[in-house]
Write a protein that binds this ligand. Sequence first.
Ligand code: GRF
Length: 219
Amino acid sequence: MGAKLALAVLVSGRGSNLQALLAAIDRGACDAEVGCVLSDRANAPALTLASERGIATDVIAAKAYGDRADWDRALAERIAASGAQLVVLAGFMRLVGPAVLARFAGRIINVHPALLPAFPGMDAPEQAIRARVCISGCTVHVVDAGVDTGPVLAQAAVPVLPGDDALSLHARIQTTEHTLLPAVVHAIATGAILLDGPHPRYVGEVPELPSSLVSPPLV
Ligand code: GRF
């Protein structure tokens, strides 16, 4: 078996998706390794989670830099220094800027708690509740310069149940994210998803994804 896909995971919060990635790696279900965990927030619980596992962490806080462009360049440098082959935004609450996008073009993925293009941006579960939809879900997509607009790699549907509020819906969606994100990372690591070129696509056998999968759209 070749070398594992080197990940830089960017986080701002709790880190349950990071935890799910690490658990999948531990049980041999995700052919990757987390080289570093970077955050814009010093108090992100995800950083503690990473440190406890001996994973390199760093805080690249926007307020420590003169302007957004400086922050963006510093983040790009730090990711590059880690040797990452794939950048995973796992609850990273800021938009990455042009320096990061240029340096890792097509090699940045994000997990979003809605079925994009529905409910992009902040508070996606809250948006779903307000829109009174019956089905929502999660999306793993390639990051481009827009807000949750890049090519979709995989989606999984999650029901909105009577009595749900944004919190309960988000919790249900996150359970599915924890399966979908490691599955997509594994598919990239094994070459089942090709990210090179303008249009990411599945090659060969479509990877096994959660049974609630809406569609592997890139076949
Ligand atoms: C996830 O729901 C993800 O979809 C969104 O931010 C949340 C991060 O949660 N982008 P966690 O920090 O991984 O628990």
